[in-house]
Design a protein around this ligand. Structure first.
Ligand SMILES: *Cc1c(COP(=O)(O)O)cnc(C)c1O
Length: 482
């Protein structure tokens, strides 16, 4: 399998090269030139690590099967407490795919516990010996998941940039208490888009690459623009389907819908890959919060980022530029020229409109909706009252949107974070005045619901804070060069 750029039809690279490079030239994204076919009958009884090995083998064709077997087993075994791909029924036709049983309690662990191994192996495959310096812009959850995945790895350094005051207290503490000699964490004045734009600019800056090359350092990305981030996420769509089929909740071969709380469009795009590989998927429902640029785009074909940026109670979805949408545009339009044009429009004018055929293809596969903070809070309350199901603020947005986009097919909502990552907002949604501190709120949430907070979150209380630097977006370049 070769990879091409969304903005350049001439380029072809191996999977290892796509993962080491992160971003293609001219800010394009690497995409596979074909979709490997799934063997549903052969895959349906596999364990999570075995299934992951099959899915990855179709895409990462220059990695050895031995390596993939060992990497998936060591990633998805005990680290997820035996709950990798855990899917549970709320009521007839409505299910939650709980993706937060990994070490940092958000779905990003699925990719970021595996991707460091993919990167180290890719360098090995390519005979590369330089130091890899990873830059990550995060709206909260990616930062910690990446730090946890890369800390202490030989030949790798990682710097994380998060929006100052743009994350929950728990999210911030998870990052600034990270151990390891090869990690750096910076708060950036501004919102997530400011941090992400600043990091993208560094990647596009040839003078940075040149200076680092003299020091035998090469930049790479752990954001979901890296193919190594996306490919592990395809697995759980299959796994959830197989479990529902096994439990008789869906007839074998009949479609299911998925509803995905969406920010950078990485998680839901993995569902699109699963569908293209042959998984019976009806609609992929894109759920947004008040930052509903994707809802408007999927409904109208016009992507217009010239709008107010809202800080919401689902901060990991507070995004106006959803990077991975570019990959979908490439797959449905089949044209790197068109994609390059739209992305140029976006950079120059803040908006673009796709042609009718491209929009029709998107609407064949995707539906969209959004929910306000108040609607999300009401949903947390309803799911707890009616189904005894406790969900976080991001997942609540998806439950709410899922209701308005239901078809006759079973609906699987991707539950992307532990409710204990956002304990104050969840508690408030349940009608209890939340205490100031996240830790007091965690305890109160346990008292109210009987649910146990994950140990890794409880243990944050009292860990030493290692990183306190606040920088301006313009200073990201200097930080990347330190
Ligand atoms: C990152 C994140 C999302 C959004 O996922 P994308 O792949 O960026 O669309 C949703 N919920 C949570 C809890 C997240 O951490």
């Amino acid at each position: 399998m070769k990879y091409q750029s969304t903005r350049d039809s001439q380029l072809r690279v191996s999977a290892s090269e796509a993962i080491v490079r992160g971003l293609a030239p001219q800010s394009g994204l690497f995409v596979p030139e074909a979709f490997p076919k799934a063997d549903l009958d052969a895959w349906k009884h596999l364990s999570y690590p075995e299934l992951a090995q099959k899915v990855l083998a179709g895409y990462l064709t220059d990695y050895s099967l031995d390596f993939l077997k060992q990497a998936t087993e060591s990633t998805y075994g005990s680290a997820f407490g035996g709950k990798a791909g855990f899917t549970t029924r709320l009521h007839e036709g409505l299910y939650a795919l709980e993706l937060w049983h990994g070490p940092t309690c958000a779905f990003k662990d699925y990719a970021l516990q595996l991707m460091p191994k993919l990167l180290v192996e890719a360098k090995h495959n390519l005979g590369r010996t330089e130091t890899t310096r990873i830059l990550v812009a995060t709206s909260g959850d990616t930062g910690k998941a990446a730090l946890a995945g890369y800390a202490g790895l030989d030949g790798i350094e990682i710097s994380v940039f998060y929006p100052n005051a743009g994350t929950s207290e728990i999210q911030r503490l998870q990052m600034v208490t990270q151990q390891g000699d090869n990690v750096q964490v910076y708060a950036v004045e501004g919102n997530f888009d400011d941090a992400q734009t600043g990091v993208k600019r560094v990647f596009a800056d040839a003078s940075v690459a040149e200076e680092l090359e003299n020091r035998n350092i090469r930049l790479s990305s752990a954001n979901s623009i890296n193919w190594g981030r996306l490919v592990p996420q395809i697995v759980y769509y299959f796994y959830a389907y197989f479990r529902l089929a096994e439990q008789g909740e869906v007839a074998w071969g009949e479609p299911v819908d998925f509803c995905v709380p969406t920010g950078n469009f990485g998680d839901i795009l993995a569902g699109y890959y699963a569908k293209q590989m042959g998984l019976p998927v009806g609609k992929l429902v894109c759920a947004s919060n008040k930052n509903n640029v994707l809802t408007d785009f999927i409904r109208t074909g016009t992507y217009d980022a010239r709008r107010t940026f809202y800080k919401t109670t689902s901060p990991s979805m507070d995004i106006l530029i959803s990077s991975n949408l570019e990959r979908l545009l490439f797959h449905v339009s089949g044209s790197s020229e068109k994609v390059a044009g739209w992305m140029q429009d976006l950079a120059q004018t803040g908006m673009y409109t796709v042609d009718a055929e491209t929009l029709a293809r998107i609407q064949e596969n995707f539906a969209a909706g959004f929910a306000s903070d108040e609607e999300g809070a009401a949903e947390i309350q309803t799911r707890f009252a009616e189904d005894c199901y406790l969900c976080d603020t991001h997942t609540a947005v998806a439950f709410r949107v899922a209701e308005s986009c239901r078809s006759a097919a079973p609906m699987i909502v991707l539950s992307t974070a532990s409710p204990f990552k956002f304990p104050r907002d969840v508690l408030a949604a349940l009608g209890t005045q939340a205490p100031e501190s996240d830790f007091a709120a965690m305890a109160a949430l346990t008292e109210k619901t009987g649910a146990e907070a994950p140990r890794s979150l409880q243990e944050l209380n009292g860990l030493p804070v290692r990183f306190t630097t606040v920088i301006q977006p313009e200073e990201i370049r200097a930080a990347a060069l330190r």
